[in-house]
Structure formats: structure tokens, C-alpha cells
Design a protein around this ligand. Structure first.
Ligand SMILES: [Fe+2]
Length: 271
């Protein structure tokens, strides 16, 4: 089983100062195989914000996969936004905006959906779709294929529409790449209560890990434990306190190529 700590939307520059240490403490307790960051490391893509984000992520001391979000592109500095939208991200966080991380049991591929032209909504470039397909095709058979992207082509937890251009086309590209699971952020709403399944792909979304930009009452992250046709999502919520506490677990299983929610955990254990 692969154990991933999925965090997102850190928004350095708008961080709740009491939460970074709490999140590090959670990671020390959980000892995941890797930390997965699905975008929006900063609030305004300023160099100091990227430096703070990079220093924080370094402190996990774990394998790391990050992708940029729309907030990692400058909003107001138009020359930088157009000419070098992710220059600061590349210089201060990672020069690879679409990294691949291979772990025992899974291969993870980052997809850069940040779009400097529209800024907030995402897009999947044809080159990114090709790279994803090639990356997954090159991986050993039997590994779970997990795509990590800031914007996902599925509705938000509140039913809001997907905030990415041509969601049907993006879904088709994910299917063509034989994606099993998508980890995403952007909405600042955890999706463990209503994760969609579509076209054989399990979509898992977390809210904002440590920022003050809440759209729910709590900050949240998830521990995703995945292996074969089974996925367990264990959310951790701040619940207003300065620590992350476990929330309700959801378990998914894949039957005949489609993921479904296992309502009764005993049902899974019995098989
Ligand atoms: Fe965000």
C-alpha cells in the first residue's frame, strides 16, 4: 500500500501562523511515503512567499511532489505573468512543474494546469496531456497511476462547476493516459464527503491546509492509502483548534473498472 499525505493551497502570504507546525507534527506522526502538494503554494507568487513555502516543505524531510496553482502565477504583475508566469516557482521551488515520482505501488505524475491568460481557471495543455500519457505508459505495470493537478475536471464539493477549460476533454485525456486516481485542490473545499467517480477515475480533493482563506469552517489535509483496487481516505481537520484531528474515513474499491464508495468498512474487510 502507498501512503500519501495530500495537502494543498498553502497560500504562503496568507497562512494561519499556528498551523504549519501542526501540519509538520501530523506528518511526523503519520510517516507517509510522500507529501503531495496540489498547488497554490503562495498567495501572490512573491519571491519571499515562495522561499517560505520551499523552506516549509523542506522540513517534512520526505519525498515530495508539487505542482503549481493559479496563485503561483503573479496576478497583478502583467509583464512577469505573461513573459515568465512560473519563473519564480521554477527558481525557488522546483524547475520541474510536471514531476514524476515513483513509489512502491504507485507512480505519481504532476500536471501543470495553471493558466496565465485567464489566471483563475485552469487548462490542460496538449503537451501536458502527452507527457502524462507517456509518463504513465513508461511506468511498470501494476503500479497505480496517480495524477496530481491543481484544477480538476469535476464539480466542487458544493456542486460548483469544474474550474478548468473543456472539462470533458480533460477527463478524456486522463482516461487516455489510463489514470486511476486524481489528487487536486483549488476549491478550498474538501471532497471526501462527495468524491466523484467518473470514467473509472477516483477524484480526491482537499481544501486549504494552512491558509486563512477558508471556504469551510476548517483547514484540512488527507492521508490517502492506496493499493490495487482499494483506496482509503483519512481526512484530518483542524476543527477550529491548532491541531489536525482525524475526520470520517472513506473507503473506495474498484469493481469492473469503476470506483465505488464502500459504505460499510466491514464489507471491504470481508473480501
Ligand atoms: Fe487556492
Amino acid at each position: 500500500m502507498t501512503r500519501l499525505l495530500h495537502i494543498s493551497d498553502l497560500h504562503f502570504g496568507a497562512v494561519n501562523d499556528r498551523l504549519p507546525e501542526a501540519l509538520l507534527a501530523l506528518a511526523r506522526a503519520l510517516k507517509p511515503d510522500a507529501v503531495i502538494v496540489s498547488g497554490d503554494l503562495t498567495q501572490r507568487a512573491r519571491p519571499g512567499q515562495f522561499r517560505a513555502a520551499a523552506a516549509f516543505l523542506d522540513r517534512f524531510g520526505l519525498p515530495l511532489l508539487t505542482v503549481p496553482g493559479n496563485h503561483d502565477i503573479p496576478l497583478y504583475n502583467l509583464p512577469v505573468r505573461i513573459l515568465s508566469p512560473l519563473g519564480r516557482y521554477r527558481a525557488l521551488v522546483s524547475d520541474d512543474t510536471e514531476p514524476v515520482l515513483t513509489l512502491p505501488g504507485a507512480v505519481l505524475a504532476g500536471v501543470n494546469t495553471a493558466n496565465p491568460m485567464v489566471w483563475k481557471a485552469g487548462r490542460l495543455r496538449a503537451a501536458s496531456a502527452r507527457r502524462l500519457k507517456m509518463g504513465f505508459a513508461a511506468a511498470a505495470p501494476g503500479l497505480l497511476r496517480i495524477a496530481v493537478m491543481h484544477h480538476a475536471p469535476v464539480p466542487a464539493a458544493d456542486g460548483g462547476p469544474p474550474d478548468i477549460a473543456d472539462p470533458a476533454g480533460v477527463l478524456g485525456a486522463l482516461v487516455a493516459a489510463r489514470t486511476d486516481i486524481v489528487l487536486s485542490g483549488h476549491t478550498h473545499m474538501p471532497h471526501f464527503a462527495a468524491a466523484e467517480t467518473a470514467a473509472g477515475i477516483l477524484f480526491l480533493q482537499v481544501g486549504t491546509a494552512i491558509s486563512t482563506r477558508l471556504k469551510t469552517r476548517w483547514n484540512d489535509v488527507s492521508l490517502v492509502t492506496a493499493g490495487g483496487d482499494r483506496v482509503t481516505v483519512q481526512p484530518y481537520l483542524t476543527r477550529g483548534a491548532n491541531r489536525f484531528e482525524p475526520g470520517p474515513v472513506q473507503q473506495f474499491r474498484r469493481r469492473d473498472g469503476s470506483w465505488e464508495l464502500a459504505d460499510d468498512p466491514g464489507d471491504l474487510a470481508a473480501q
